[in-house]
Design a protein around this ligand. Sequence first.
Ligand code: OX2
Length: 835
Amino acid sequence: VEASIPEPLREAWRKHSASEFTTKEEFEREFVRHVETTLARSLYNCDELAAYSGTALAFRDRLIIEWNKTQQRQTFTDQKRVYYLSLEFLMGRALDNAMLNVGMKDVARDGLADLGFRVEDAISQEHDAALGNGGLGRLAACFLDSMATLNYPAWGYGLRYRYGIFKQEIVNGYQMEIPDYWLDNNPWEFPRHDITVDIQFYGHVNKYQDEHGKTCHSWEAGETVQAVAYDVPIPGYRTKTTNNLRLWSSKASSGEFDFQKFNAGDYESAVADQQTAETISAVLYPNDNLERGKELRLKQQYFWCAASLYDIVRRFKKTNRAWSEFPDQIAIQLNDTHPTLAIVELQRILIDFEGLEWDEAWRIVTGTFGYTNHTVLPEALEKWSVPLMQNLLPRHLQIIYDINLFFLQSVEKRFPKDRDMLSRVSIIEESHPKMVRMAHIAIIGSHKVNGVAELHSDLIKTTIFKDFVEIYGPDRFTNVTNGITPRRWLHQANPALSALIAEKLGGYDFLTDLTLLDKLEAFVDDQEFRKKWSDIKANNKLRLARLIKDVTGYSVNPQSLFDVQVKRIHEYKRQQLNIFGVIHRYLKLKAMSAEERKKVVPRVSIFGGKAAPGYWMAKSIIYLINSVAAVVNKDEEIGDLLKVIFIEDYNVSKAEIICPASDISEHISTAGTEASGTSNMKFVLNGGLIIGTCDGANIEITREIGEQNIFLFGNLAEDVEDLRHRHFYGGFTLDPQLKRVFDSIKSGTFGDASSFASLIASIEEHGDYYLVSDDFNSYVETHEMVDKEFQNREEWLAKSITSVARMGFFSMDRVTNEYADSIWNVEPLNVKDDA
Ligand code: OX2
């Protein structure tokens, strides 16, 4: 490629090629240039938002220079690449991360100070990029950080939603949803108006014979929409690698903006078509662990899969390789079943357009894809109705039926006459209407299926995917326990702790090799170190107390035990168990004498998280938390002994303040329901202890840090089925302490009891599916132990330090390397300094 450009031309380009600022002066020059020209502002009207934008633009220039070089390097070396397909990328803010990853935060801080700004103020102007619901989307973001840091040639593909996850406001205790229009002032994306793909929907399939008599299919579209690429640079930490996140935006395809209508004077309806096309990428569906089968959601999925595959295939074809080499060049990872249509789309491209035979095409497809499962909850498993799919994607449905036919024929051969097995594993569920089971396509069309924590990976093999283990053998199924990026979740969120660790370990290498943290154990008894450690926690608690004051108006005593549960509100995550526990504590406090109260450890119970807008029970839980807060927080008799806080609009940037400030955090899902959890890791990595059930990654955290350093309680996953059965057939007895809690709610202590009736009924009357009553006693007792142990500050501190020292396993870098070795078969790219 290079040789095709004449030397003088290359020379001219080289001479004027953009260069990166490296000094404070250069940064200031770039900053002022952007403020004055790009933003058309001046010294006199440069406010904090403009200071943010100017800084962001200066850093963006740096990133894009490295981005260009990285893309060239990856094209020239022509190694196998990874494509990570995720409908969600919960990125949070980019500026702080970019500054830290390129190692220029101090330069920016000093430069901004010269110009009259504080770097923290500039950083806090940025709007979170919140293109995700919770853990699944944040995991995708951590992947991007790790893949770039480890120099993997990797791209993310997603949707460029105009509206991210809604903003949550609490009004009179209730959740209100405000649209999150986040794209104004977003300097981090590069529109690629030249990279577009026409995506078709609806219509019908023509069958015909080609000149060799072979039966062929062509899909005549009923509607065409255009996908436009927007690129977001992803800088690695301390490396030149800057990878790409490509997000697709929808608009009317150029042919579609109907000039006939326009010429006929029907301008309004021509514009209306345009708007219809744009709705495809308009909004992120705000459900976590729930699928609702909406047509627009299926349109989003196909739009994004088809555009991404077109792009991937186009890039592959430029290399002029044989199709059989496709899986040696490309690995595609499916983040849950949301991108499953990519499997069908690749098969369609290979047989309908490239003329491959079915078997050859299918070998390529299965060699390319890997599928990550994130849940066993039945309500989250995707199914699409056959009539819906027939209408929207007629050719894909035919291919799905063919995949199913060949698959079932092979199963039939191995398990002759096992009709039940055939109907269980069929892609098509024989219901009314018939449904397409996306997880079955994902398993059949991938060479590896993985769960996200050991217990979860065992559960999928023994429950929902048991038959497939029999069919394919255990090797198709594997576990890769989740992790988190220490760059954002330690270095960025907790700079003081990161600096203290660096001081002890002689530098920041632990940020790229988190197992080095184990060297901290040698300092557990070092008094000076312990003092600094506990001062840092105290400061982080102060920082959170200020945030609490800002967003709720409540003042909390930073000396109290900070007890935090922040995550999506969901019955299986059991925020109801937590708030019932808080009520129990309140009732106990009320019954105490003044003398007894003196011995009580003051506590702040902190909640945060969004409920899906249509999830009534989750919204009732939020309302109960706020109703309890309203009563408890103004009870003068109780004062600082108990405060209840709901932090509205929990998001990534708030998590960065909350995680470093916990004494204890709660990960208390019904055993067997939380696939992994990742905030548990963030809290422990920041020196907080956790209270949790034997669920998801809590189990492996316990294995790593030792059971003396974690507060475990509750029933085990293996007992859950039995208990549920007993609730229905053996009669149900409510835990007596929980009964007292319910009695106080029913008597109106926290306002109109009818608001909480369904919450209580789900436990008392409807079988207590999530085992709140079964676990209540153990939960309450464990909290009493927490209170006791918190009073022994020295012991507590030792636990905190020891736990952090043992968290190396949960680095996202370990996770990424495991995927690379056991699923993708890709190598990192060697990044030379001169490249
Ligand atoms: C979440 C899971 O609920 C959580 O346990 C896990 O840590 C996270 O994914 C990342 O693996 N939607 N969100 C999830 O699963 C689904 C489906």
